[in-house]
Design a protein around this ligand. Structure first.
Ligand code: 0L1
Ligand code: MG
Length: 262
């Protein structure tokens, strides 16, 4: 690690304040160009610790930048991982207040819920499918705290991978009931289709993103516990939203979920 504990705590406090006050900032690597991956995840972990200390619960995990469409949109090549706090959850069909966010975008994602722990290294798609209780549609609302979504990967990891809100719903399905590679999705905004795709857009198979997450955590001596909700990453490019927009994600055979921005 290149940063000391005081700097990590200060950067976590800065980024979380931006999140809580819906205020943007420049990317933190501008001031700390030598920070490494361990520093980036340590800042993210400190943000998580701050939330738990204030009484929040961590209710899930996420993989981000797992599709070529997203990687191309953001000009990066590697997936990243973050956490979902309890106040990020929006009820299915519920409202998301734009005033609490900076410049939100939405991503259509396959959501996994595990029934057994997953631990890397060596976790693979087969292990993920065996450990999955069910999958269901999910929409992630991302909201980078960095001005104009301009960042590098270490800055975005420190910023909890732009996590802000999410909604899940529709019809939960066992993984034996659906081919997660060919399953089709349509993302609608105000009744108009705005993005289309299939599960294979995420690393060839969305379960591969969960395996990567387990291997990432395994390298840190951690695991994905049973009962964890995990967003596997946007299937398409992220779509900007504004107050008044209503969005729906339809996933073949899994029904739909959605939310309204107010
Ligand atoms: O969930 C995601 O794919 C987002 C990862 C962070 C990059 C971004 O803000 O687009
Ligand atoms: Mg996402």
């Amino acid at each position: 690690m290149k940063l000391d504990a005081t700097t990590i705590a200060a950067l976590a406090e800065h980024l979380e304040s931006c999140e809580l006050q819906a205020r943007d900032t420049t990317k933190i690597t501008d001031a700390y160009p030598d920070m490494d991956w361990d520093d980036a995840y340590a800042i993210q972990f400190e943000i998580q610790r701050r939330k738990i200390a204030r009484g929040h619960r961590i209710i899930g995990l996420k993989a981000g930048l797992t599709s070529h469409a997203k990687m191309k949109q953001m000009g990066v090549t590697t997936p990243v991982f973050g956490f979902l706090a309890d106040n990020y959850a929006v009820p299915d069909g519920g409202e998301c207040r734009i005033s609490e966010l900076i410049h939100p975008k939405i991503e259509p994602e396959i959501t996994f819920v595990t029934k057994a722990a997953l631990k890397g290294p060596g976790c693979h798609i087969g292990a993920v499918l065996a450990a999955t209780d069910f999958v269901l549609p999910g929409i992630e609302v991302i909201d980078s705290r960095y001005r104009d979504f301009k960042f590098d990967l270490k800055s975005v990891v420190a910023d909890n991978t732009s996590a802000a809100r999410f909604v899940v719903g529709g019809r939960p399905r066992a993984v034996s009931e659906v081919d997660l590679r060919t399953v089709g999705i349509v993302l609608e905004k105000n009744g108009e289709p705005v993005a289309f795709g299939a599960g294979a857009a995420v690393l060839g198979h969305p379960a591969a993103a969960i395996a990567m997450l387990a291997n990432h955590l395994g390298a840190r001596g951690e695991e994905i516990p049973a009962g964890t909700l995990i967003l596997s990453g946007g299937i398409t490019e992220a779509v900007s939203v504004k107050a008044g927009d209503a969005v729906t994600l339809r996933v073949q055979g899994m029904g739909s979920t959605g939310l309204r921005f107010v």
